[in-house]
Design a protein around this ligand. Structure first.
Ligand code: ATP
Length: 454
């Protein structure tokens, strides 16, 4: 074993400190495997037995237990235990010794994951590449979990943390607990997009699902938070342009048609420079499966860190051939919920609802039952937002009116219909519909004038 993977002196000092101040051992939450040296594991186990039975702990009593187990000679006898105590003048630094020992233990675990990764690469089990990557990521995450202390916590500890957060909120009323959504009404209703949650943004085609998700991405990025977008529908360039046009409040169609005036062109330049500085990464690979999205997100999080993930959209994910569609969608939503929890980030999942036929220019607002076609999405999501634009369907409603229906929310009121505005030319939701919108006056019918009279 490489010397970098263990530290004999720290292990000795830790055991010496434990013999001097055994009462401090319990709080250090060490395990036998944390020691690299066999002898030290035996000494630690003997110490634990004495503490468990409430018996006094010192070099002599530990030697006694080791002797009863026939392990004393292997451990260098009472002399070795005495030397551990002698070499440790005080137990004051025992916490630091424990940290060093634990860090080396994690480094050894990392090395063993390395071996596991090599075995996965060799693929003796005949798994798909995506499955092997996912298993590798899971093995690595098991270690990162230990680094961050991500294990079961007593409810008292979890509650103390939550109460602290509530206190902060009481001191700063109006402050969000989650990430900014980019829309004030939504910030208020949800208190922001919450970490660890799967948030589904659903709507019929062209309702502005991508727009709302990207407004959240923009708001997060502008606050310095790192965003990862899986764009299965649009290329990186298209999405980048859309962000810049939205930022500059420029009509995307005019931009694409090369019809910007000098002022707009300058605004676009400035906006593009601004957008280029945002911490947004876009993965626009086509045909990714849910397992691949999850594995890529985990890898990205390890390398660069991430605060928000956007997946646009569920229906475009590649589904494993052997699975029924509903089953595959169910696996996808479960994978994304697990991802949100594991990385402690909000995951915004865009999902398309079936087109509904307009009756007399009116289309009913979507409801939760409309997403039942999408497997267990409704069950797995923490929050479901349904988008509706009554004016989209060519009736006399203002096309700038939009409604965001909070159809599901785990920790808050559901069924709220949030009224806001929509500016199609910027592909953005706004606080209010455009107040200057007027229904176009119907064109006079052809009146039978002769050509010369026009
Ligand atoms: N230049 C423009 N002027 C007016 N409206 C526009 C313009 N560009 C895009 N839009 C509108 O934006 C909407 C599309 O926005 P977005 O892509 O966010 O919706 P979506 O729900 O994600 O769409 P899809 O179902 O196609 O994935 C459409 O209603 C479209 O008409």
């Amino acid at each position: 074993m490489s010397e970098r993977l263990y530290n004999v002196a720290a292990e000795q000092a830790l055991l010496g400190g434990a013999l001097l101040a055994p009462e401090r051992l319990a709080a250090l939450e060490l395990a036998q495997d944390d020691f690299a040296i066999d002898t030290h594991r035996l000494v630690f186990a003997a110490l634990g037995t004495l503490l468990q039975h409430g018996l006094p702990v010192d070099a002599v009593t530990v030697a006694q237990v080791l002797d009863e187990r026939g392990e004393l000679a292997r451990c260098g006898g009472l002399a070795y235990l005495g030397s551990l105590v002698d070499a440790t003048p005080t137990a004051a630094n025992i916490g630091r010794y424990a940290d060093i020992v634990r860090e080396h233990a994690l480094a050894r675990r990392l090395a063993s994951v390395g071996v596991e990764l090599q075995a996965l690469a060799a693929n003796a089990d005949g798994l798909s590449l995506a499955e092997r990557i996912e298993r590798g990521m899971a093995a690595l995450h098991a270690i990162t979990g230990e680094v961050r202390g991500d294990e079961a916590r007593p409810v008292a500890q979890a509650l103390a943390h939550a109460m602290q957060q509530l206190d902060q909120r009481r001191l700063h009323p109006g402050a969000r607990s989650g990430l900014p959504t980019g829309l004030a009404v939504l910030d208020e209703a949800l208190l922001g997009y919450q970490r660890g949650e799967l948030i589904v943004i659903a709507g019929r085609p062209s309702m502005g699902k991508t727009a709302l998700a990207m407004q959240g991405a923009e708001a997060a990025a502008r606050a310095g938070l790192r965003v990862l977008v899986f764009s299965l529908e649009m290329s990186e360039a298209q999405l980048g342009l859309r962000l810049a046009a939205g930022r500059a409040r420029i009509n995307l169609r005019k931009l694409l048609a090369g019809e910007l005036d000098a002022d707009e062109a300058q605004r676009l330049q400035l906006a593009a420079a601004d957008v280029a500085g945002w911490p947004i990464s876009i993965d626009a690979s086509a045909g990714l499966s849910a397992a691949q999205v999850r594995a890529r997100a985990q890898r990205h999080a390890l390398r660069h860190g991430v605060d928000l993930i956007v997946i646009d959209h569920l229906g475009l994910l590649a589904m494993p051939g052997h699975e029924q569609r509903a089953q595959a969608l169910g696996h996808a939503s479960k994978a994304f919920k697990a991802l949100a929890k594991q990385l402690q980030v909000p995951v915004l999942l865009v999902s398309q609802l079936n087109r509904d036929s307009a009756k007399g220019g009116q289309v009913r607002a979507p409801t939760l039952t409309d997403i039942r076609d999408s497997g267990c999405v409704e069950e797995d999501a923490d929050t479901v937002l349904l988008l509706h634009r009554p004016g989209y369907y060519g009736n006399d409603r203002n096309p700038g009116e939009a409604e965001i229906i909070v159809a599901k929310q785990r920790m808050g009121e559901r069924g709220q219909h949030l009224q806001c505005g929509w500016r199609g030319e910027w592909t953005r939701f706004t606080l209010q519909p455009d107040p200057h919108w007027r229904r176009p006056t119907p064109q006079p019918r052809y009146s039978g004038l002769g050509e010369g009279e026009l």
